[in-house]
Each structure stands twice: as structure tokens, then as C-alpha cells.
Design a protein around this ligand. Structure first.
Ligand code: ACO
Length: 376
């Protein structure tokens, strides 16, 4: 065995892997902010489209700019026919994250990036059309309908809910979706964003970088945690069932999805915000089980492991109370995080260096090659 440094590099934890002016993740006493604006202010006072504009164009829009931007997004929601045909052919049993990954990739063939000067246009197009792609596929298979994705809606949250059900959404649901999209929009060098930056650093096209990010987001240690958290919560009929079951799960060394974080050590600043929305939605729909069970899980995890809910945990129940199917939870994350990914792809390109780290070698020492017929 080659001698190697035993330096702990697992998961690149605590390693500074580049510079970014987009977001701080609670470090250096700065809290979580997007381009200097606190998440608490953005989640309570800004629309998701304002936040998208801030991330992509590096300034908060004026009222006139925001109106124009909303109109622009509305104008970018049509799906090209070959893409509709492909969405219809993707099986109903596919995971919607695979649908988004495939649809994004095909869009990159139909509307390719031929020059990096097109990058803002592509970012806006993806922001506008990702919900359309997802819900066209969903409604085609679930309801046997070819929906018109150019439906009018004042916001991305309203648009998503309207396409999902075909009905005018409840105002509280639209507001909750808006907050959720704001909270999910950006989070520094998380796994999916880093995947996007790695792809962008090779000077690959915009779509390739986004497809890489969608793939990285899919797993339960990252975006997939919101779906896994809901599956966990739904296992319990009452808060009393939580402690014995989770004690046994922890004894089996199982991870409880929606808890813990690589960067945050005592709390995720996004969690209390989405928790209050989950509580509000729970009351609105007359829930007496899901929210109390969720709180029991939170209390148990803190008491037992000093682990706190991350954004995914209460997002799960908030979506549940809005009647959103569990398999669409991680895709909603995509519809929001496309803004952060796009901002990072552009930032990477603006000051590019190929991302290609080294590794500590742990393999065999150099040895003689044995021709195939002489091997035992
Ligand atoms: N459930 C049970 N134990 C946990 C959990 C959890 N959710 N999270 C951390 N731990 C424990 C680990 O078992 C480990 O214990 P040990 O030292 O006794 O072996 C210790 O805490 C450290 O855990 P790591 O996984 O090494 O820490 P890491 O920094 O890699 O964890 C991560 C970050 C991957 C998010 C982890 O907390 C986890 O797997 N959580 C569940 C998945 C999840 O919710 N992901 C969403 C992340 S946020 C987002 O994407 C919006």
C-alpha cells in the first residue's frame, strides 16, 4: 500500500473550494443571505421572482423591472412540440427528477447554447419552463390531459399550483409556495451547485451544468431528503409512536432524513420560517396528526442527538398540506434552485479555472504487469 497522508478529506468538509459573491451560509456571523440580503427579509418581503432577479442580475429589481421580468417569464413557458412528445413517452412510473433531468437535456438539444452571451436568456427560459415541463408530464400521465402550459399566473408559485390541479389556487397556498421557493433558491457550494460549477468550469454549455446539478440534487442526502422526510412522518399515527421507532432506527445507525446539516451546527435559519408556514397550513386544512408528529420528531432528534431540522423537514409537511404529491417535492427544489445554479454557473464562467482537485492515493505500489495468459 502506498503511504499517504491520513488527512481527513471525507466529503471536502470545511474545505474552501473557491470564491463566491452570491450567498453566505451563516458563516462569520453574517447569517444566511443572498447577495447581502438576509433570508428573513427576503422570505417575508420579497417575491420569488424578485429573488430570482437578484440572484441572476445582481440587483433587486425596481417595480417596473419586476413587472417586465414577470411578463418575460410568462412569455417563456411554451414547450416545443418534440419535447412534449418525449414527455408523453417517458413512463408514468418514472421519478419526476429523472423527467426534469431528461427534459432539461432535450431542451439543450432543441434550443442549444451556441454562445455564452446567451446565458441570461437560457437561465430565464429554464426558470420559466421547468415547472411547465414537470407538470405537462405529470398531468399527461395522471389525468390524461395535454395541458396548455401558457396558463396565466402572476407568480411561479401560483403557476405551479395552477398547472398541478387545473384550478385557481388558495391565496395562502400561493404565499406558502412563494416563501418555499425563496428559501430553496440559493445555498452557496452545496453538492448540486458545486456539481454545476464543476461542469461549468470545463466550459461546457449551460444545460450540461444544470443537468449535472439536477442529478446531484436527486439523492436523499441532499434534495431528496424532503420526500424521504415525508415518508417518515407518514409512518406515524400519533406523536407517542415517534420516540420508540426513532430510537430503534438510530440504534440501527439509520439517518433520519430532514435532520442535520454539513455547514449549520445548531440550527438551519430557514427551518423556523417554513415551520411556521407548515403550522399555518396544518391549521387551515384541519390536520391533527402530521404537524404534531413532525414536532415530536423534531423534539426527539434534538433531545437524543442534538440534531435540528433542516429546510427539507418542514417543507415536506407544508407541501403535504397543500395537497402536492410527495414525488414532486424534490422537483420543486429544482424549480427554485435553478436560480442559484444559474448564478453560480455565470459566476464560475466570469472568472473560470478548471475545477480538478487532487486525491490522497490509497492504492497499490507500482507493480509488474502480468500478461493475461500468465495470470493465476
Ligand atoms: N440522522 C441521524 N444521524 C445523523 C443525521 C441524521 N439526519 N445527520 C447526522 N447524523 C450523525 C451521523 O450519523 C454521524 O454520527 P457518528 O459521528 O456517530 O457516526 C454524525 O451525525 C455526523 O454525520 P455526517 O453524516 O458525517 O455529517 P455530515 O456533515 O456529512 O452531514 C448531512 C450532513 C449529510 C446533511 C447529514 O446530516 C444527513 O445525512 N442528514 C440527513 C439527510 C438530509 O436531511 N439532507 C438534507 C440536507 S439540507 C438540504 O439539502 C436542503
Amino acid at each position: 500500500m502506498a503511504t499517504t497522508s491520513k488527512k481527513k478529506t471525507a466529503g471536502l468538509a470545511d474545505i474552501i473550494a473557491g470564491e463566491s459573491a452570491i450567498c453566505t451560509v451563516g458563516k462569520h456571523g453574517k447569517g444566511l443571505n443572498y447577495r447581502g440580503y438576509a433570508i428573513e427579509d427576503l422570505a417575508t418581503q420579497a417575491s420569488f421572482e424578485e429573488v430570482a432577479y437578484l440572484l441572476l442580475y445582481n440587483k433587486l429589481p425596481t417595480r417596473a423591472e419586476l413587472t417586465r421580468y414577470n411578463q418575460r417569464l410568462q412569455s417563456l413557458r411554451a414547450i416545443p412540440d418534440p419535447l412534449k412528445e418525449t414527455l408523453e413517452k417517458i413512463p408514468a412510473t418514472a421519478h419526476p427528477m429523472d423527467v426534469l433531468r431528461t427534459a432539461c437535456s432535450l431542451l439543450g438539444c432543441l434550443e442549444p447554447e451556441t454562445d455564452f452571451s446567451q446565458q441570461h436568456g437560457i437561465a430565464d427560459r429554464l426558470l420559466a419552463v421547468l415547472p411547465s415541463l414537470l407538470l405537462y408530464w405529470r398531468r399527461f400521465h395522471a389525468d390524461h390531459q395535454r395541458i396548455d402550459t401558457r396558463t396565466e399566473a402572476a407568480s411561479t408559485g401560483e403557476y405551479f399550483l395552477k398547472l398541478l390541479t387545473g384550478k385557481t389556487p388558495d391565496k395562502t397556498h400561493i404565499d406558502a409556495m412563494n416563501v418555499s421557493l425563496v428559501l430553496y433558491a440559493e445555498h452557496e457550494f452545496n453538492a448540486s451547485t458545486f456539481a454545476a460549477r464543476v461542469a461549468a468550469s470545463t466550459l461546457a454549455d449551460f444545460y450540461s451544468a444544470v443537468v449535472a446539478a439536477i442529478g446531484a440534487l436527486r439523492g436523499p442526502l441532499h434534495g431528496g431528503a424532503n420526500e424521504a422526510a415525508m415518508e417518515l412522518i407518514q409512518r406515524f399515527q400519533s406523536p407517542e409512536e415517534v420516540a420508540p421507532a426513532l430510537k430503534a432506527a438510530l440504534a440501527r445507525k439509520e439517518k433520519i432524513m430532514g435532520f442535520g446539516h454539513r455547514v449549520y451546527k445548531t440550527s438551519d435559519p430557514r427551518s423556523p420560517i417554513i415551520k411556521e408556514w407548515s403550522r399555518k397550513l396544518s391549521t387551515l386544512c384541519g390536520d391533527t396528526v402530521i404537524f404534531p408528529v413532525s414536532e415530536a420528531i423534531e423534539q426527539f432528534m434534538w433531545h437524543e442527538k442534538q440534531l435540528f431540522p433542516n429546510l427539507d423537514f418542514y417543507s415536506a409537511s407544508a407541501y403535504f398540506f397543500m395537497g402536492i404529491p410527495v414525488m414532486l417535492y424534490t422537483p420543486i427544489f429544482v424549480c427554485s434552485r435553478i436560480t442559484g445554479w444559474a448564478a453560480h454557473i455565470m459566476e464560475q464562467r466570469a472568472n473560470n479555472a478548471l475545477i480538478r482537485p487532487g486525491s490522497h492515493y490509497t492504492g497499490p505500489e507500482p507493480r509488474a504487469f502480468i500478461p493475461v495468459d500468465q495470470r493465476k
